[in-house]
Design a protein around this ligand. Structure first.
Ligand code: HEM
Length: 431
């Protein structure tokens, strides 16, 4: 099986890369010669395959931080490698993060496999005006005003989950439970609660697992590969979402649902200056799916590692309990949390940030250079990917002294010593 896997990976890479590289060789030879001396140090690896297999292997072995750390230790804060068939500049440190997060000449890269998994019209697959329009629509939903409305709903999901799956047990497996909880929370916000607990929701949950695993594997669309299962799961999930969207539309027309009910209703009710639906049906489906996938995996990882930390660290646990008891003191029994309560959870948020520093759920991401760019005296040629990674900066002892130590006070707002863009768990969304 392992042999079959490696052979199919190599064959697929060779075929697709030969076509692309032949064109590149013809077009880019002259300019490449000129700039070659100035591109960052490192190597582009084996022809066509580059370093993608090494990266995929470490992702699957949960050692992806080692992959990037090795290269950064070897070549420094800026180096080159080849990922997903493209030459790539790897940047490390706050300066590199800043360069990536605030640069209009770097756009979200279209990793060739992504549109097959998340859909051609997802935020991660479109660029330019379409990206701005779709991002604007999603951010309007994700802003604090909307969140304020949903605090009660999140609170009720958490209580129900604890009663049904934690109460009365002496031991629980946290990660699967957190995946279920964050799935329930995110789908409640994104799809509403009309059909909660239905077989359709459970099927969607199963397909999300397939989709996620395929997105983290080599993009080889052959029978029995994780990537193929991911594409099939994504197709089924999108059919389910299309049907949910059709039903929501009908309910809204009958006055039985309102724009603020959930993300689907919200996107369906947004219009442009001509009164037309702002996002096409395909865009709504693809971005609803992308939001559920992106949000649920990262949240589940964060909460799981927080629980692990609290189980091993009685001092932090005691401080968090104290903070929460202070809030509970002013509430009637069973009264739901409100937005103002969240703003009192300053220590809890620091624990979350420190957990994200040590175990960032998203190891990094990439952009594509729209034209030749200069960075620290090197040339990053047009069309190259530019990759930022969180972990290496998060463990830099010059920024986070004694970096392996869990210390929530690093995120005390009075502590102003942290350079901008040092904490990058949320990427550019942080700023
Ligand atoms: C612990 C939880 C989370 C972490 C660590 C996280 C991390 C990230 C990162 C690293 C990016 C890429 C940013 C970049 O490349 O600059 C991202 C993008 C995004 N995330 Fe999250 N995320 C989390 C939760 C959520 C949630 C709960 C939602 C929605 C309900 C969400 C929605 C999005 C969206 C829409 C984008 C794309 C934004 C854009 O293109 O600007 N995320 N997230």
């Amino acid at each position: 099986m392992a042999y079959y896997y490696w052979v199919t990976v190599v064959v697929a890479f060779v075929v697709t890369s030969i076509i692309g590289s032949t064109q590149l060789l013809i077009r880019g030879r002259g300019r490449w010669k000129e700039e070659k001396a100035r591109v960052p140090p490192g190597s582009l690896g084996l022809p066509f395959i580059g370093h993608t297999l090494g990266l995929v292997r470490t992702i699957r072995g949960n050692r992806v931080d080692e992959f990037f750390r090795d290269r950064i230790n070897r070549y420094g804060a800026v180096s080159k490698l080849s990922l997903f068939g493209k030459p790539t500049a790897l940047l490390a440190g706050p300066a590199g993060n800043k360069f990536v997060f605030f640069n209009h000449s770097l756009v979200l890269g279209r990793v060739a496999s992504l549109p097959h998994i998340l859909g051609e019209r997802s935020l991660l697959a479109v660029q330019g005006d379409d990206h701005r329009r779709i991002r604007g629509a999603l951010m309007a939903f994700l802003g604090p005003e909307m969140l304020r409305m949903y605090v009660g709903r999140i609170d009720s999901e958490v209580r129900q989950h604890l009663e049904e799956r934690w109460a009365g047990r002496t031991a629980v497996a946290v990660h699967p439970l957190m995946k279920r909880l964050t799935f329930d929370i995110i789908t409640a916000l994104v799809l509403g609660n009309d059909d909660k607990g239905s077989p359709v929701r459970d099927a969607l949950d199963r397909d999300l697992v397939n989709i996620f695993e395929g997105a983290m594997s080599a993009p080889v669309n052959l029978p029995f590969t994780a990537y193929r299962r991911s594409i099939l799961g994504s197709r089924r999930a999108r059919v389910m979402l299309q049907e949910m969207m059709r039903q929501k539309k009908a309910r809204m027309q009958e006055g039985k649902a309102s724009p603020n009910d959930d993300l689907l209703c919200r996107l369906l009710s947004m219009t442009d200056e001509h009164g037309q639906q702002l996002l096409s049906n395909e865009e709504i489906v693809d971005n609803t799916l992308a939001t559920v996938i992106g949000a649920h995996g990262s949240l589940a990882a964060l909460v799981t590692f927080m629980v692990r930390q609290l189980a091993e660290d009685p001092d932090t646990l005691a401080k968090m309990v104290e903070e929460h008891e202070e809030i509970v003191k002013n509430k009637a029994p069973g009264e739901a949390l409100v937005w103002e309560d969240l703003s009192k959870m300053t220590f809890t948020w620091r624990v979350a940030q420190e957990t994200l520093r040590l175990v960032p759920p998203v190891f990094g991401s990439s952009r594509v250079a729209l034209h030749d760019m200069d960075y620290k005296g090197y040339c990053i040629p047009k069309g190259w990917q530019v990759f930022w990674v969180a972990d290496v900066t998060h463990r830099d002892p010059g920024i986070f002294p004694d970096p392996a130590k869990f210390d929530p006070s690093r995120f005390d707002t009075r502590n102003k010593t942290m350079p901008a863009c040092s904490f990058a768990a949320f990427g550019a969304r942080m700023f």
